[in-house]
Write a protein that binds this ligand. Sequence first.
Ligand code: SAT
Ligand code: MN
Length: 613
Amino acid sequence: MKIDELKHAGLKRWIEEAKTLMTPDSVEICDGSAAEYDRMIKITVDAKLATVLNESKRPGSVLFRSDPSDVARVEDRTYIASKNKEDAGPTNNWMDPAELKQKMRALYKGSMRGRVMYVIPFSMGQIGSNIAKIGVEITDSPYVVANMHIMARVGTKVLDVLGADGFFVPCLHSVGKPLAPGETDNGKWPCAPMADKYISHFPETREIWSYGSGYGGNALLGKKCLALRIASVLARDEGWLAEHMLILKITNPEGEVKYIAGAFPSACGKTNLAMLIPTLPGWKVETVGDDIAWMKFGKDGRLYAINPEAGFFGVAPGTNDESNHNAMETIKKNTIFTNCGLTEDGDIWWEQIGYGAPGKEIIDWKGVKRPAPKTDKSPKGEEIAHPNARFTAPAKQCPCIAKEWEDPAGVPISAFLFGGRRPKTIPLVNQSKSWIHGVFMGSIVGSEVTAAVISDQVGQVRRDPFAMLPFCGYNMGDYFKHWIKIGKTAEEKGWADKLPKIFFVNWFRKNEQDKFIWPGYGENSRVLAWIFDRCDGKGKSLETPIGTLPAAGAIERPAGVSEQDMAELLRVDIDGWKKEIEDVRKNHYPKFGSHLPDELKSELEAIEKRLEG
Ligand code: SAT
Ligand code: MN
């Protein structure tokens, strides 16, 4: 399709502007076809950016190696450029939108020289769903085009829905590496130096400008940029929720079904939880989504969730047949791997894949030949696969994908989970006493920072409210208010009892020897079963100062967990909680100043009183 054939005048104008600014050699409007996907892969293979994997082992799959400086999201270079700094709030980087655009225009100038400018129309959510949103990404990266084919619904059919004047979020992306005449990438992942990378959001004008990175959430702009940062602003304005949450379907032995959504920071096991195989007999878990949930009230007063994505962009290391059999099945074919190891027999490999690497040698994520590890472990810092190595795979390939996963109406949510990596203090599971207490718990989520972000804080516990710290497109204090307002709306309409119940979970408790005391993975089904029952007002429980915990014996002990360990997992550590809450009062809540809702101040005081006994 040619630019002239486009029906949408605004889209046409925007493409022309981008072309004038970035001066690509040519422009292509993506149709979303399988042939187009294959062509993108061929271009990257010809440029030596991708390696085709062994067709008999990993059909239809390729491996990319990124630049060592371009391996994860860059929070320091991510901006929320609202007109007023206060609207970005204390947790976001801010710059004046005009100033930022000026800076970025200078970078974009001529940045696509020697490259093709691809225009990708995409829909987050089933095309035509009343919860879905349309975006158009302009990019000079065929890697991005191929990934977007998997992660979103792309192509001509989106333009049909957009029509002549439909709303779309313009998403501008350039890797920031123009090519001289005759030059090709020739095996070198194109990107710009760190100081020139910008992942920018303009919430008032609903625009995204990304420059200098080709990796994951920095470049696949439908994901974190649109479906979370911009969508959170749309959701605030339109009265719905855009959340960093997995969605799972759970069926009990009696055949009753519930849907649960859960917010956990990046690389805390959302994909594993969404695909878990229960160890509890008779229970079944199926996947609706593994990263993002968009939710709206239905006519019946329940919150209905859709997964706006069409694929999984999952962390590879640690994924194996034990930890996530369904993910291993999903990535058997038609998968894009990034920054994994390459074995002698043309397959991928990573740390904790469940087996040593075959053959004598292996190529690591930096492209260096190394002795093939005999076990699936490597010393820290010497990994064969980058700790944030990823797979991009179509959701429809997942053996446990729920049949409702593409239902445009969404699925009704019964429970919200909040959690993070917390070695101490936070018990295995804890139900909130009320909606507002649940919002309080969500607002104080803390987690050890993982390799999903380039940061010097990796390994340290930081507060990550609602697991949205890097993804909230406006003032986080106002975001808390929005959650409170959702509860109030439900109350006013007589739907309060239909709101999802809220739970805090922690699979990551450690003992004095720094060993995990809860086995996690499939055993988490024991916790999910208790949550399932609690949604029906069943499940033996105990009122405590921090919330409602399982009564002793309410969660059956898995093999390998001693009685003492179980008691520790469910102990209310009053001293630990006092410290936790003191940190919230002294260091966390003051950040939000006048934007902190009074309701949360009251919750803070109430829990302080309860802890004093
Ligand atoms: O933002 S990414 O999509 O690169 C991955 C993540 O942080 O969850
Ligand atoms: Mn995520």
